[in-house]
Design a binder for this molecule. Structure first.
Ligand code: NAD
Ligand code: TYD
Length: 336
């Protein structure tokens, strides 16, 4: 039995991870430190349920006193909490630096003082920047292109320094694009699914040829579990599936599944600094015995089914004034 601190456990991947961990490690005590920002998944977020050994602390990872309180008695930390949306980081990046850089530093400092035995930093493939051909290994240069990616890369490097300088047993994972239930509908897959269910068009950036590598959030949770069980302190692990898809093809799959045609695509101006392609070499993690289990076509079908049966969840989010303002700012006047 162990006590685990999960940061950002009310967000998309963090909440999927918590549900997965609870099912597989029922004896473990979990503390979820989450500020419950706009991106927290709301009513369905893991909380202090009667049956659970899960405690929610609503607070900021950049606040040392809160972090110290959350870390009491904790053996391992899995750090998901972050500002995560590239387009928002283009609109305003200040909060990205506070949460993703200073917040990560605050956690590392508390972890050092509390003798934490394992600290897993959930980084991203976006720290490497874009690649035309081939795939990034863990030794590739970091060349982040968006303020989001740069803030994650900064956190990633501070993690390295705490391993090298302070001997804090940090492991970094760099995962490709996630999809699955409870993803906030500002990201491309849930935005497209929910727009189509609502009878709206889907905004495709630029020529739609940008490529992303996709993983189901549950396969990501399994990968993190594997890293916690078998990973080496100070090491970095790429988490990818090889399931690479150009955005226009992705849009086509979602349109088809929802019985819509090409007329439901709205071509919009490209994202500034839009990374062309992400691709990971994940052989290092595969050597530890992990491989993805959810094939993209099946995972996407299930995810579309989930959004169909959880309309009240996303309609509540999309109905909020702040969300509508964001969408207006992001897409108004951008038709090509
Ligand atoms: P998300 O935006 O859905 O959730 C982020 C969570 O962090 C929210 O619950 C939010 O309330 C919380 N949070 C934000 N600021 C906080 C703060 N200052 N203190 C405490 N909690 C705070 O994000 P996600 O998509 O679930 O991503 C989780 C992690 O995985 C992030 O670190 C992200 O960089 C990384 N990642 C995401 C992807 C992806 O495709 N979504 C891919 C690779 C890596
Ligand atoms: P996104 O889900 O924002 O993830 P990331 O930028 O972190 O990869 O976007 C995934 C891809 O989809 C990216 O190439 C940008 C594109 N995209 C669109 O074409 N339209 C949209 O409305 C959004 C949000 C993204």
């Amino acid at each position: 039995m162990a006590k685990l601190l999960v940061t950002g456990g009310s967000g998309f991947i963090g909440s999927n991870f918590i549900r997965y961990w609870q099912a597989r490690h029922a004896q473990d005590e979990l503390v979820n430190l989450d500020l419950l920002t706009y991106a927290a998944s709301g009513d369905d977020a893991p909380s202090n349920g009667a049956r659970s050994k899960l405690r929610l602390i609503k607070g900021d990872i950049a606040d040392p006193a809160t972090v110290r309180r959350a870390m009491k008695g904790v053996k391992a930390v899995v750090h998901f909490a972050a500002e995560t949306h590239v387009d928002r980081s283009i609109q305003n990046s200040q909060i990205f630096l506070k949460t993703n850089v200073l917040g990560t530093h605050t956690l590392l400092e508390a972890a050092r003082q509390n003798g934490i035995q394992k600290f897993v930093y959930i980084s991203t493939d976006e720290v490497y920047g874009s690649i035309e051909k081939g795939s990034f290994t863990e030794y590739s240069q970091l060349r982040p292109n968006s303020p989001y990616a740069a803030s994650k890369a900064s956190g990633d490097l501070i993690c390295r320094s705490y391993w090298v300088t302070h001997n804090l047993p940090v492991m970094v994972t760099r995962c490709c694009n996630n999809y699955g239930p409870y993803q906030f509908p500002e990201k491309v897959i849930p935005l497209f699914i929910t727009n189509l269910i609502e009878g709206k068009k889907v905004p495709l950036y630029g020529d739609g040829m940008n490529v992303r590598e996709w993983i189901h959030a549950l396969d990501h949770a399994r990968a993190i579990e594997r890293v916690m069980e078998a990973g080496e302190p100070g090491e970095i692990y790429n988490i990818g599936t090889g399931q690479e898809i150009p955005n226009v093809e992705l849009a086509g799959k979602i349109l088809k599944a929802l019985g819509k045609g090409g007329e439901s695509i709205e071509r919009v101006k490209d994202r500034p600094g839009h990374d062309f392609r992400y691709s990971l070499d994940s052989s290092k993690l595969k050597k530890l015995g992990w491989s993805p289990e959810i094939e993209f076509e099946k995972g996407l079908k299930d995810t579309i089914g989930w959004y169909r049966t959880h309309e009240s969840w996303w309609k509540k989010i999309k109905g909020k004034g702040a969300f509508k303002t964001y969408i207006k700012k992001q897409y108004a006047g951008r038709a090509r």
